[in-house]
Design a protein around this ligand. Structure first.
Ligand SMILES: C[S@@+](CC[C@H](N)C(=O)[O-])C[C@H]1O[C@@H](n2cnc3c(N)ncnc32)[C@H](O)[C@@H]1O
Length: 244
């Protein structure tokens, strides 16, 4: 975590920042296709089953696309608070017309839009929960639980931190070997990249407390379904039947 004022809205509602982020996203997405596909594969639906899912902090819909591709009869509700990201997403998802809707939702505020049903079979999020304070992460997981139908699943794909400097050094060592440009990028950030980086890590926390928040919310089948260095997919299920 870094100290300082929360700049999240300034970053994600800035035309320039979003334009830069979109321009560099193909590069980042290249290494993520397996992770996106795995998140989709974790959903418990038959290949041709119709269902509706919610993608929180959906951005331009990269996670949504993986689910829509995997399940050709799925419908997406993309929840997003940035008009700039929403506009880019509508363009990016043009080929999926009729299978998605965007709804405005500030995850930091927690007023769920009426368009999100209270009994969805699946909620996903990717690369967004780390932008929320600890309290909001905790509350959000409880709100997700309440919006899931019994037996419904939530999966989150996100970066995490570690409190152990030795582990952090190992993550960095391997990350730098996998991306030979990583060290140079870190050392030569433009002022905008530095602002984005500080915003990126401001509320990022270790994995353990996030699993605790899922437990506290009442999820079962909680697991870290995938992990590589500082990126994870974790999730759980709302119990199919209320505990007696
Ligand atoms: C790094 S992008 C990830 C977008 C997308 N989920 C993906 O996997 O590519 C983070 C997204 O979270 C959104 N976001 C950040 N804070 C938010 C908030 N408080 N409420 C709703 N969306 C938020 C941003 O607008 C942005 O679209």
């Amino acid at each position: 975590m870094v100290d300082g004022a929360d700049t999240n809205e300034d970053v994600w509602k800035s035309e320039d920042m979003v334009a830069q982020w979109v321009a560099s996203s193909a590069d980042r997405e290249r290494g993520r296709s397996h992770h996106r596909r795995l998140l989709a594969d974790l959903l418990p639906f038959a290949d041709d089953e119709p269902f509706t899912f919610v993608d929180l902090g959906a951005g331009t819909g990269a996670a949504t696309q993986a689910v829509l591709d995997r399940f050709p009869r799925a419908q997406a509700i993309l929840a997003e608070y940035s008009p700039q990201m929403t506009a880019e997403g509508r363009r990016a998802l043009a080929g999926y017309r009729g299978r998605f809707t965007y709804v405005e939702f500030d995850l930091a505020a927690g007023q769920w839009p009426a368009e999100v049903p209270s009994d969805v079979p699946a909620v996903i999020s990717s690369l967004c929960v780390h932008h929320l304070s600890d309290q909001r992460k905790k509350d959000l997981f409880a709100e997700i639980w309440h919006h899931l139908a019994p037996g419904g699943w939530y999966f989150n794909y996100d970066p995490v931190t570690t409190d152990d400097p030795v582990v952090e050094a190992a993550w960095r060592r391997a990350g730098d070997r996998q991306d030979p440009e990583a060290a140079a990028k870190r050392q030569h950030r433009s002022p905008e990249e530095q602002r984005r980086y500080e915003n990126h890590v401001r509320y990022m926390i270790p994995l353990g407390p996030q699993l605790d928040y899922l437990r506290a919310a009442g999820f079962e089948a909680i697991d870290v379904y995938w992990k590589q260095l500082d990126h994870v997919i974790y999730g759980g299920r709302r119990p199919a039947q209320a505990a007696s």
